[in-house]
Design a binder for this molecule. Structure first.
Ligand SMILES: [Zn+2]
Ligand SMILES: [Zn+2]
Length: 298
């Protein structure tokens, strides 16, 4: 079963609509600020899923004249928007919870509130686990960001549930806004994390160490044959990645032989790190000029 990122984002959209409805009804029945904050976050889910759907559709478009390196970076826009939306939801929760610290509101129909919370958390939790797996398998940062977002929703709901149950047993109404504030703090933590990784992607950060190690391993057989390498540079672009490197061979090789080797190296890198497009630059090993061109500014 090989589903596309689009399928998962559409699923996320559907789940956001359902959980948003469930939680708003729960809030209207109970008046719990915890459930309200939960519902507010689901609204953020809905927007995030719409943006994510757009991003994965754009990312799937093949490279063209105007975007010769593909469209996969669009996923960083989506995860950036996702992080921003989560932070907005957290601010919303804080604004709603603080007045209730000083003027706790009575909660009604707590049993129903608990039922609605559990239903919402079950949907989000199941979907988050599914999307986390799919996000890793499809190397989609949008799916991974959405999954982390959904997981914070589950924690939000767990917090709300704990608050509702505690209020039910103790009658301490202040627990509802207090736990809502804790939930907001957790949402801020996750939101900043998502923004951070989106920023690293937009900044053309090098591939992670384990990918770099795999590239080094792929180059080793060539090095044993006397071929040298330098100026290896890498960057990630959503589900794709790019590497460039200089290939140093004996100067008396024919152009044809050198090119054939470069093709082999590019293929080996693509096999070591799936989706990695490598570009090589052929040089004569004995030529000093070949060794003086490793700076970043050239
Ligand atoms: Zn070629
Ligand atoms: Zn060089």
């Amino acid at each position: 079963m090989d589903r596309t990122p689009r399928f998962y984002m559409a699923l996320s959209l559907l789940a956001a609509v359902v959980t948003m409805g469930i939680k708003f009804v729960g809030y209207l029945i109970t008046g719990s600020v915890g459930l309200f904050s939960d519902a507010a976050e689901s609204t953020a889910n809905l927007l995030a899923a719409l943006i994510g759907l757009w991003a994965v559709r754009l990312a799937a478009r093949p490279a063209d004249e105007e975007h010769a390196y593909g469209h996969t970076k669009s996923e960083y826009f989506a995860s950036g928007a996702e992080g921003t939306l989560i932070l907005a939801a957290a601010v919303f929760i804080i604004v709603e919870a603080i007045p209730r610290l000083f003027h706790p509101q009575p909660l009604e129909q707590l049993n129903w509130g608990i039922v609605f919370s559990v239903a919402g958390a079950a949907i989000n939790g199941g979907l988050a686990l599914l999307m986390l797996q799919a996000g890793k398998r499809l190397r989609s940062v949008t799916l991974q960001a959405d999954a982390h977002h959904l997981l914070t929703d589950v924690w939000t709901t767990v917090g709300v549930l704990v608050a509702l149950v505690l209020v039910l047993f103790t009658g301490w109404l202040i627990l509802d806004p207090l736990i809502a504030l804790l939930v907001a703090a957790n949402i801020i933590r996750v939101g900043l994390g998502i923004l951070h990784s989106a920023g690293l992607g937009l900044l053309d950060t090098a591939l992670p160490p384990d990918d770099l190690e795999r590239i080094q391993e792929a180059l080793e057989p060539f090095q044993r044959q006397g071929v040298a390498f330098h100026a290896l540079r890498t960057r990630r672009s959503g589900s794709r990645s790019f590497a460039s490197l200089h290939v140093l061979v004996p100067g008396d090789w024919t152009v044809q032989r050198g090119h054939a080797l470069c093709e082999e190296i590019e293929l080996a890198i693509d096999q070591a790190v799936p989706g990695c497009a490598a570009m090589t630059h052929l040089e004569a090993r004995e030529d000093p000029a070949a060794w003086n061109d490793q700076g970043f500014d050239r």
